[in-house]
Ligand binder design. Structure first.
Ligand code: PGA
Length: 251
């Protein structure tokens, strides 16, 4: 059985001071033991986040982006090796906001995912269709295309990977994809993982993201083929996020 996973994605919120305060507040929350909980933090806030975490092992600390080279003339970029030095355990790749606002391509996503895997950091590969594609019924085709590209350089034997299915029309809109539609997509993604990776593909986590909150998290988490959730706006308040984690565990 795959252990469920809840990841908070702060996006471009919380510099070091506020990040440290969030972690200290979240450490006071009673949390379910039967699932993994992580938080994807802006790069500049990683050291403060770790400092506030102290010896606690929850939440797992992740980053939101990484470059694909380990060093060199790439002004402004951060490498997987640098993130490793900061004890980052996972890193988002190919979030739709990066694809839309920074022109990240499938090829870049593939390179980033492979570089993270090589550095021993779990890539959380984000895929999802936009509203037009959704309305045209192209969801499966788009997601398959994104995934096939993103997985092209991933090694079966390396650090395991996580897939996040995040329909763009559901992100930050309050218009979440229904659990039954998410289930259909997750089944299709699982099929693709099984085909590509064989046995290893059966245990890779596939999580859902897009307007997940304390009211609907439990429903997603208890849906078969949904191995967890990626939470944006509903993770910004540490107490509300704690409540979300608890609500998901009761299911
Ligand atoms: P949201 O964001 O929960 O605010 O919809 C999810 C995400 O972008 O990861």
């Amino acid at each position: 059985m795959i252990k469920k996973l809840i990841i908070a994605n702060w996006k471009m919120h919380y510099g070091p001071v506020k990040a440290g305060a969030w972690i200290r507040a979240f450490r006071r929350e009673r949390l379910p033991k039967d699932m993994d909980i992580g938080v994807a933090v802006p790069h500049v806030s990683l050291p403060a986040t770790h400092a506030s975490l102290g010896r606690a092992s929850v939440p797992l600390i992740g980053a939101q982006n990484a470059f694909w080279k380990s060093d060199g003339p790439f002004t402004g970029e951060i490498s997987p090796d640098m993130l490793k030095e900061l004890n980052v355990t996972f890193c988002l790749v190919g979030h739709s906001e990066r694809r839309i606002h920074l022109g990240e391509t499938d090829e870049m996503v593939a390179q980033k995912a492979a570089a993270l895997q090589a550095a021993g950091i779990q890539p959380v590969i984000c895929v999802g269709e936009n509203e037009t594609e959704h309305k045209k019924g192209e969801t499966l085709k788009i997601v398959r295309g994104q995934l096939t590209a993103a997985l092209s350089k991933i090694k079966t034997s390396g650090t395991s990977i996580i897939i996040a299915y995040e329909p763009i029309w559901a992100i930050g809109t309050g218009n979440a994809c229904t659990p039954s539609d998410a289930k259909k997509m997750h089944e299709a993604i699982r099929e693709l993982l099984n085909k590509k990776f064989g046995k290893a593909g059966q245990t890779m986590r596939i999580i859902y993201g897009g307007s997940v909150d304390a009211h609907n998290a439990a429903e997603y988490i208890s849906t078969s083929h949904v191995d967890g959730v990626l939470v944006g706006s509903a993770s910004l308040d540490p107490c509300a996020f704690g409540l979300l984690c608890r609500s998901a565990a009761i299911s």
